[in-house]
Design a protein around this ligand. Structure first.
Ligand code: FAD
Ligand code: NAI
Length: 505
């Protein structure tokens, strides 16, 4: 009995202590302290974007060295790896976003966050022009100023990429994308529209089959993860609430290349294909989407014949392309910016040909894949670069002052030489080096695949339920805030207990 009592006390103590600690950290997050104001003597650092690259930079940046401005059409960071989970109702949309101000309000000097899209960057005059989000597509008046131009000393260009459509007819009009939060919410609505329409009395068998045929285009990680999540939704929830329809729901993954997930090892590709086969997700490789119509998708089959396949929903996950503002910027530096894949940068991530511009993430053309992992490491690297540049500026100022002193003494000479050496030292910026931490992808049925470069002999390829648990904890740890971790973990527990919500907004 005494052992039981002691265990009870220890448990109670641990729960109260962790609860108190959790409350303390959450409270500290919610109550940022006062900040230094902008200082006209400091340089202007403008950051375009609030995605992986920009947020990682902000998380490590010492803002007191600069007047920092963040310009992005989203006033939040989006944790893209969990976007397919939002599309299928496993996670609530708010759980995977973090307002940018939650980061910037904790920095030592005030950081100005502006919800706007950069429309033009002038690398010669070092200016950026941006327009308020609400002025672009609507006539709604939200304020008096619609567009403005700002001068920068340093610009971090981290606007990411947009979805590649290859100008294939009907993609923009008829398909759902999987890039932004809106896309996931739209897909969820569309999916439930199809299911409810199929449940409407009197639909023909043919129409039910069409409505319940979900086509995912693109066998990259986005398409594969989404197909897996759609399958989970079907098996875990729809089978209970729509028993008469569940067997008619069909998921097809279309990929133009000979296999899905070309960046993973053969073993993991085989594992994914066999998992999908068991889950009755059809994979059509060497098949190219040629057109998307309102109620069908036109495919060019491996034997080059063309087939029109009826479907209720198409999700387009066929990769990235550059944003127009990036193309325009590159066009201004035709001699240096010749890579059609994206912005060319040097080893310190400076945009070739542009003074004071650094470019990171999906908008660049480097030897790295366009992933969150790369963008985040580049952002963290730039925070170190800016620390070094600030130090160099401080030393250069000191050097100027020391040189100006009208004194020929050996002491002064030594001081000047010492400062010159220090300036020369900080002038050298260590090149960016990417450290690959491995690739993970969730493939549905509580399974995930991972390529982990932990062993010198090569990649460790793992798959299965343990990897899936690893996937969950890895993503929980990668979420930037305690708040997001708590929200995502709660959503996962909620879904395990109560299932996904199938009500339509
Ligand atoms: P983004 O994160 O896209 O950020 C770009 C920012 O720029 C956004 O805030 C945007 O609003 C803003 N912006 C856009 N236009 C303008 C403008 N004109 N002016 C100013 N700002 C602008 N990678 C992984 O490593 N692991 C994963 O598991 C993974 N899963 C993914 C799942 C999905 C569904 C998707 C779509 C991608 C996934 N990725 C993953 C890839 C990863 O999200 C990208 O590589 C990463 O977001 C790139 O970071 P970025 O900062 O370059 O761009
Ligand atoms: P992707 O570029 O990796 O894959 C798109 C696929 O669509 C390609 O395989 C392409 O052949 C195919 N495709 C293009 N046009 C087609 C057509 N007309 N018909 C049929 N197939 C067509 O794009 P994805 O998956 O969006 O990934 C983008 C980046 O984000 C990649 O670098 C990826 O590694 C990263 N990412 C990583 C994840 C992870 O590590 N878990 C998850 C999601 C994305």
């Amino acid at each position: 009995q005494r052992v039981l009592q002691a265990t009870g006390r220890v448990t109670l103590f641990t729960v109260v202590l962790s609860g108190g600690l959790f409350y303390y950290v959450a409270h500290k997050d919610r109550t940022p302290g006062p900040q230094l104001p902008h200082d006209p003597s400091k340089k202007n650092l403008v950051i375009l974007g609030s995605g992986w690259g920009a947020t990682s930079l902000l998380n490590s940046l010492e803002a007191e060295d600069y007047n920092v401005f963040v310009i992005s059409p989203r006033n939040y960071f989006l944790f893209t790896p969990l976007l397919p989970s939002v599309a299928t109702g496993t996670l609530s949309p708010r759980s995977i976003i973090q307002p940018t101000r939650y980061v910037t309000r904790h920095m030592k000097r005030q950081v100005t966050v502006i919800e706007a899209s950069a429309t033009d960057v002038d690398p010669i005059n070092q200016t950026v022009t941006f327009a308020g989000k609400y002025f672009q597509n609507t006539s709604e008046v939200q304020g008096l100023v619609s567009s403005t131009t700002m001068k920068y000393d340093y610009l971090v260009y981290a606007v990411g990429a947009e979805t590649q459509t290859f100008n294939i007819p009907g993609v923009r009009e008829n398909a759902c994308f999987m890039k932004e939060l809106d896309d996931a919410e739209k897909m969820q609505r569309r999916f439930l529209d199809c299911v409810e329409s199929a449940a409407f009395p009197g639909q023909s068998k043919e129409e039910v089959d069409r409505l319940l045929h979900m086509v995912v285009v693109g066998g990259g990680p986005t398409g594969v993860e989404l197909s897996g999540e759609l399958h989970d939704f079907l098996e875990d929830d729809l089978r209970s609430w729509y028993p008469e329809l569940a067997d008619s729901i069909k998921i097809t993954l279309v990929e133009a290349l000979p296999s899905v997930l070309p960046m993973f090892s053969k073993q993991l590709i085989d594992y994914t294909e066999s998992t999908f086969k068991a889950a009755k997700i059809e994979i059509m490789t060497k098949t190219m989407v040629k057109e998307i119509k309102e109620k069908s998708v036109v495919l060019q089959m491996p034997d080059r014949t063309v087939a029109e396949v009826p479907c209720g929903m198409v999700v387009w996950a066929a990769g990235n392309t550059l944003r127009q503002v990036t193309r325009d910027l590159m066009a201004k530096l035709p001699a240096e910016q010749t890579n059609r894949r994206g912005i060319s940068v040097d080893e310190s991530l400076r945009m070739n040909g542009a003074q004071g511009v650094f470019a990171i993430g999906d908008c660049t053309a480097t030897s790295y894949a366009p992933t969150a992992q790369v963008a985040a490491q580049e952002g963290a690297y730039l925070a170190r670069v800016f620390r070094q540049l600030a130090r160099r500026d401080r030393l250069a100022e000191e050097l100027d002052d020391a040189r100006r002193v009208p004194d020929d003494s050996a002491e002064r000479k030594a001081k000047v030489e010492g400062l010159e050496r220090q300036v020369a030292k900080v002038e050298k910026i260590r090149p960016f080096k990417y450290s690959h931490q491995g690739s993970l992808a969730y493939i549905g049925s509580d399974k995930a695949i991972a390529d982990l470069p932990f062993f010198s002999s090569g990649n460790l390829a793992t798959a299965g339920v343990a990897t899936y648990l690893f996937w969950r904890s890895a993503y929980l740890s990668k979420l930037f805030s305690l708040r997001n971790r708590a929200l995502v973990a709660t959503d996962w527990i909620k879904v395990k207990i109560f299932g996904r919500d199938v009500s339509r907004e």
